[in-house]
Ligand binder design. Structure first.
Ligand code: NAD
Length: 240
C-alpha cells in the first residue's frame, strides 16, 4: 500500500488487515505509516513514490519481512489546486511525479515478481477527475486519466500471468487531501468541494471506508474475473 498513512490508504490498510492480509503500510510520512501499522499489526516502511531507490528499498524490505507481494495498491496522491493558466512547469512536474509517474514506478518494481509467481492483484487509486475532469485540478485530472490508461494497458499485458489490474475512481471523499483544500486554496477550494458534492447523485461526501471496501474487493479472490476496469466510488458523480 502506498500512501497508507492517511485517508483512503489508512482505511484500506485497516480493511485488508481485517480480512486477514499482512499489510505493508508505506508512505513518505513514516511516522503516520507506523501509527497505522501498529493498529493493524502490519509493518511500516518509508516509501516516496517519486524516488526509485526509496521504492526498491521498501519493496525489498517488505518482501523480506512479510513475503511476496500478492496485491499492490498504488494509492499515494496529492494535488495543488488552482486555475490551469496560473500553474507553471514546476507544478506540472510535482503533480505528475506523484500521481502518475509514482504509480508507474512502483508497479515497475513489483510486477516482475508477480509475473514470476503468476499471480497478483494491482489496484490503483485513480479519480473521477480522470474521467470527467475537475476544474481547478487540470494536471491532477490529466495524471488520473493517465493512471486509468496505464491500469488498462497493464491488464492487457499481464492477463496471461493471471494478474489483474484495476482502478477505483473515487469522487469527493472526506480525507485531509480534500478537506484541507479550503484552508490551502481559500474560497476556490471551498467552492470546488461544494461543486463536487453537489455533482454526486447521493449529494454527500464519501467516506474513506467506502473506497477501502471497493479496493479490498478488487484485491480479493471475489474479483478474479475483473480486470482493466475503473470502478467509480463516487456517489454516482458523472460531471463536476
Ligand atoms: N479525497 C478525495 O476526494 C479523493 C478523490 C479521488 C481520488 N483520491 C485519491 O485517493 C488517494 C488517497 O488520497 P486521500 O484522499 O486519502 O489523501 P490523504 O492526503 O489523506 O492521503 C494521501 C497519502 O499519500 C501520501 N503521499 C503523498 N505524496 C507521497 C509520495 N510522494 N510518496 C509516498 N506517499 C505520498 C501522503 O503522505 C498521505 O499519507 C490519492 O491518490 C488521491 O488522489 C482522493
Amino acid at each position: 500500500m502506498t500512501g497508507g498513512a492517511s485517508g483512503i490508504g489508512a482505511a484500506t490498510c485497516r480493511r485488508l488487515a481485517a480480512e486477514g492480509a499482512r499489510v505493508a503500510v508505506t508512505d513518505m510520512n513514516l511516522d503516520g505509516a507506523r501509527q497505522v501499522a501498529d493498529e493493524v499489526t502490519g509493518a511500516a516502511y518509508e516509501l516516496d513514490v517519486r524516488a526509485e531507490d526509496s521504492i526498491r528499498a521498501a519493496v525489498d524490505a517488505a518482501e523480506a519481512d512479510l513475503g511476496p507481494i500478492d496485491a499492490l495498491v498504488n494509492n499515494a496522491g496529492y494535488d495543488e489546486w488552482g486555475w490551469f493558466t496560473d500553474t507553471d512547469p514546476a507544478l506540472w512536474d510535482r503533480v505528475l511525479a506523484v500521481n502518475l509517474r509514482g504509480v508507474i514506478a512502483v508497479t515497475h518494481a513489483v510486477l516482475p515478481g508477480m509475473q514470476q509467481r503468476r499471480r497478483g492483484r494491482i489496484v490503483n487509486t485513480a479519480s473521477e477527475a480522470g474521467r470527467v475532469g475537475s476544474s481547478g485540478s487540470a494536471i491532477y485530472s490529466a495524471a488520473k486519466a493517465g493512471v486509468i490508461g496505464f491500469t488498462k494497458a497493464i491488464a492487457i499485458e499481464n492477463g496471461r500471468y493471471g494478474i489483474t489490474s484495476n482502478a477505483v475512481a473515487p469522487g469527493p471523499i472526506e480525507t485531509p487531501l480534500l478537506m484541507g483544500a479550503p484552508d490551502a486554496f481559500g474560497d476556490l477550494g471551498k467552492r470546488l468541494v461544494e461543486n463536487m458534492v453537489g455533482s454526486t447523485n447521493l449529494r454527500r461526501l464519501g467516506q474513506p471506508d467506502e473506497v477501502a471496501a471497493a479496493i479490498a474487493f478488487l484485491a480479493s479472490d471475489d474479483a478474479s474475473y475483473i480486470t482493466g476496469q475503473a470502478l467509480g466510488v463516487s456517489g454516482g458523480l458523472a460531471r463536476i
